[in-house]
Design a protein around this ligand. Sequence first.
Ligand code: F6R
Length: 615
Amino acid sequence: MCGIIGYIGKSEAAPILLEGLRRLEYRGYDSAGLATLNGGLSIRKCKGRIANLAELIAREPICGSIGISHTRWATHGGVTDENAHPHFDQSGKLVLVHNGVIENYQTLKEALAAEGHQFKSQTDTEVLAHLIGKHYDGIGGGATRKRLVEAVRKALKEVTGTYGIAVMHEDVPGVLVGARRGSPLVLGIGKGENFLASDVSAIVGHTREAVYLRDYDIVSLDGEDFEISTLNGGASGFEISKVELTEDDVSKGSYPHYMLKEIFEQPDSLANALRGRLSLEESTAKLGGLNMTPTELRNIERIVLTGCGTACHAAMAGEYLLESLAHLPTEVEFASEFRYRNMPMNKDTVVFAISQSGETADTLAALRESQRKGHRTLGICNNVASTIARESDGGVYMHAGPEIGVAATKSFTSQVTILTLLGLLLGRIRHLSTSEGIQIMEELQAIPEKVRSILKQSDYIKTIAEKYSYAKAMMFLGRQFNYPVAMEGALKMKEISYLHAEGHPSAELKHGVIALISPEVPSVFIAPDDSVYDKNISNIEEVKARKGPVIAIGTEGDTKLAKVADDVIYIPRCPDYLSPLLTVIPLQLFAYHLAVKLGCDVDKPRNLAKSVTVE
Ligand code: F6R
């Protein structure tokens, strides 16, 4: 949510910053801006995409080898040129870019206004720029790096809320200052140049070393060196990490969209989620990252799974999986509700925070709330350097590779795979026999190839998507393991095609939803050949009786489904509990092709941003 990149070195900053912003655009894309320092400050900012900013800079060039830039997802203040970052302080000598929310900005703004500060935007960020500027001027003395860091420190001590910031000051020309609390910020270490960025993908072409800053870290950097301290002025225990990501990892390759690339990566991302985690000798899963002994695993009495959006749908699938494979009471709660709900949890409840980015504000808050109550809290994350990965008591990494398309795809299947491994591990400790364990492992190992075979139907799914692109709304219906998939299919459709879509358990139709069925409202039934197959067929008949078109996801070899549904997409046969890993693939492709047909910006849907780091 909002992307920041700063550069200090010997090269021209603007091209490097624009390139970095393009890589960060998935974090927010309603406006963008860039400032450089070259004697004085120059600033360019405007509404719209990075392409608009690049055009503006081409018309009105900007130079200097130090600069900061930002791509915005609006929180406070509408989408206007004035509200785009960077923002100046009162003196006009300091500029700041910010990711996060300053919750007490109104109080601070009133106090500053009473002292004569004048604001040009409606943003909380401008207030922070003024506050830092005020402290800089107040500290007095020569223009030094120390003075700027001190001003940032003083201002941040007055702030409540979240921030990842980059600051530069005309009077301290060889220095950038960054700080974070709640919003990610990475220091990229180059040769004769250094970087600040919200995400390492922005600087991957320039550096192989990075420091993932921690909450309350303040960093000052010049082209050669950097210093990191804490908000209280103490030393920060930072570590330099190797950047494993490559430019190829963060490029679209030959695909027209990241989303399609990521859908097609699933045979590999699923193989990666399984790699090294299946023990033939013990016929169970090995999840060493949980940091739990067999006795501790045995003592778990209840599991709570939490996350947001797609991660929450994966958690719902996990609920069915853990109950059926491990016979463990499992509950799912939206992280945004968990954090404020006072859920009674006995002491042997283990909480899993599920998050692709590992930075989602609500999921992080749920993790902290659970830890505060003394529960073991584990993470299922993709981003290994993320806050959730760092703060959890252990966990399992997805190893799915970067997910850049705003709509989550491969992270969903990786999350469900990991929850299946967890079900296998906990089930084998409890009641599953060796042969049952081996059977689950064999079925799991077959999944990546089965996914590959579904992907071969992409063109066929495209024709179906185009056929139904007239729809005014769509229903997604499934039962048991595939109820969460219905929710996920509807979410994919809504977010990238802007079509009204609803996901429901098939049997809930009769309790109200059926009133929406009409020839303009097609229903997508997830009806593999499982224990609820006949029930789904009856629900399909009910929709057909009301002239609702039906697209069904069924199992290869099923001849009955084609007789009741208008169109059928087949998946290979698999056990009921693994079917979400297969049934979701046609739904991802269906939403993708339909959105492309409608001319939507698939990778950057309106109003959305990847990684929601504000509440
Ligand atoms: C949907 C989507 C979002 C995310 C949600 C959680 O396609 O991308 O619903 O799933 O914002 O994000 P993470 O997993 O990063 O916590």
